[in-house]
Design a protein around this ligand. Structure first.
Ligand SMILES: [Mg+2]
Length: 133
């Protein structure tokens, strides 16, 4: 599947800029399972954050996320791959494409284990039916 991750409060705390625990481990697992990882954000291209946290080698593409009229605006924003599963702290985007609404990562929390839950959700998703198995 093409798995799309939001940045602010999903992968990175918007408060202190810290990377959520287990992001690299779960990215590695997803890629080993044959998935493609994309990163998008409503506020622009986030290569700075991707490089700051050493994520570039995992990421197939980086895009601006459509915030309204989501499906129609994909092409307009140069997104030429179909988002199959999106992870976002903002439910509206998940409702449109399917995926998982993640608990917001507001600030550094070494005990946060939401990425492990993301991995479980991806593993148990039926992409053809667009819902959990
Ligand atoms: Mg967000």
């Amino acid at each position: 599947m093409n798995v799309f991750f939001d940045v602010d409060d999903t992968l990175v705390s918007s408060w202190d800029g810290s990377l959520r625990p287990q992001v690299k481990e779960v990215f590695e697992q997803l890629i080993a399972d044959g998935h493609n990882i994309y990163i998008w954000s409503g506020v622009g291209l986030r290569w700075y954050e991707i490089d700051k946290h050493g994520l570039r080698s995992y990421v197939k593409g980086c895009y601006v996320k459509p915030l309204w009229d989501h499906r129609r605006r994909l092409a307009l924003l140069g997104i030429d791959v179909e988002p199959h599963f999106v992870i976002d702290d903002y439910k509206e985007v998940v409702d449109v494409f399917g995926g998982h609404t993640i608990k917001p990562y507001f600030r550094r929390d070494p005990a946060d284990r939401e990425m492990a839950l993301v991995y479980e959700k991806v593993c148990n998703y039926d992409v053809d039916a667009r819902r959990p198995r």
